[in-house]
Structures are given as structure tokens and as C-alpha cells.
Design a protein around this ligand. Structure first.
Ligand code: BEZ
Length: 190
């Protein structure tokens, strides 16, 4: 199941004419910044949590056996920590293609971990509940089982989860959902 959001994203011209844009990464962008950037700073956003609720039919799974990757789910009072990148606007173009399976560019206010409360408007890729690849919530054991077994063109779904868990630990970020899933994967390997 695919929903190609590339064209929608090209029409989302927030920050048109800007020389540089802040992009907030909360998933693979934390540990896989394979694009040019001018600056990289730990940051967080308010009102969102990271959840393995988005299906991956094109990267970490297949249409027959989708994997699960993260999206953001609105939760008042919550904070989601990640990494902010200062990028040139043209860097978004390949990212739109890479993240075309349901993710749309949204504007967020991001707060920098260091810098005395400094914040800025930026973009985040968000896959909402209304996109065709959205899988939503499920028991953690079922999510872990799906991640443990799914593979796609970008590799094993378990590697995506474990890279993310390691990157969050390295940042000193507590993420109950991600760490509980990573623990289940490790338990399954014993
Ligand atoms: C991210 O790491 O911010 C990200 C997650 C899913 C799709 C695109 C970007």
C-alpha cells in the first residue's frame, strides 16, 4: 500500500525564499543524516510522541509484509526529543522522495536543548492517521513481533528500531515506547 506524498510536499512551500530551513528529525534522521547540512543540534518539540504506528511497505518491509516505522502522534503535554538540522531548501527534494509513503511536511516550533530557551520554526515529516500506510496502535508484543520479522529494500526493520534506540540513548533521551520495543527484540533473541 503506497500513497505517494511527493507532489503534496512539493506544494507545501512554507519557508519559500528562505536561504536555510530547520528540519526536525525524530526517527531515522537522528542516526542516518545522509544529506548535507550546515548545522546539527539536539532539539525537542512539544505536544507530540514518537510511535511505531506507520507501516513501511517500501523501506523496512514489503507490500505483503509491511514493517513499522515511527511517526508522531499528538499528545498534549508530551515532549519529543530528536535532532534538528539546518539545511538548504533543495535538500528537502530527495527527502520528499525517500519519505513519500504517507509523510507530509508540517511546520513545528522546535526548541534547542542548548541555547537558553532558543527556539525556531522548522519542518517535520509527519504521517497522520489518515494516510493509507498508517497502521496505528497495537499491543507492544505484536508491534515487536512485526518489527522482528519484517525486511525491506532498506534492510531489516529490527535494525531500524535498534539504531533508533541506540541513538536516543546516546542523546540521553528516555523513550519508553522505543526502549520497551527494543527490549522485546533483545528478549526474543535469547
Ligand atoms: C525523521 O526521522 O524525522 C523522519 C521520520 C520519518 C520520515 C521522515 C523523517
Amino acid at each position: 500500500m503506497t500513497l505517494d506524498t511527493t507532489r503534496d510536499n512539493r506544494r507545501r512551500t512554507h519557508f519559500a525564499g528562505h536561504d536555510a530551513i530547520w528540519l526536525f528529525g525524530y526517527g531515522s534522521l537522528i542516526w542516518k543524516a545522509d544529506f548535507p547540512y550546515r548545522e546539527r543540534r539536539p532539539a525537542y518539540i512539544h505536544g507530540w510522541v514518537r510511535r511505531f504506528w506507520q507501516g513501511s511497505h517500501d523501506h523496512r518491509g514489503t507490500p505483503e509484509a509491511p514493517g513499522r516505522v515511527v511517526t508522531l502522534v499528538h499528545k498534549p503535554g508530551a515532549t519529543c526529543h530528536g535532532m534538528a538540522y539546518r539545511i538548504a531548501p533543495e535538500v528537502l527534494e530527495p527527502l520528499d522522495v525517500r519519505e513519500k509513503n504517507g509523510y507530509l511536511r508540517e511546520v513545528v516550533r522546535l526548541h534547542f536543548d542548548e541555547g537558553d530557551g532558543h527556539s525556531a520554526e522548522g519542518l517535520v515529516y509527519l504521517a497522520g492517521a489518515d494516510n493509507a500506510a498508517f497502521l496505528g496502535d497495537a499491543p507492544l508484543d505484536a508491534i515487536a513481533e512485526q518489527i522482528a520479522t519484517a525486511h525491506g529494500p532498506s534492510g531489516a526493520n529490527r535494525d531500524y528500531l535498534l539504531h533508533l534506540a541506540t541513538a536516543l540513548k546516546d542523546l540521553g533521551v528516555e523513550d519508553e515506547h522505543v526502549f520497551a520495543l527494543a527490549a522485546r527484540l533483545h528478549e526474543g533473541e535469547r
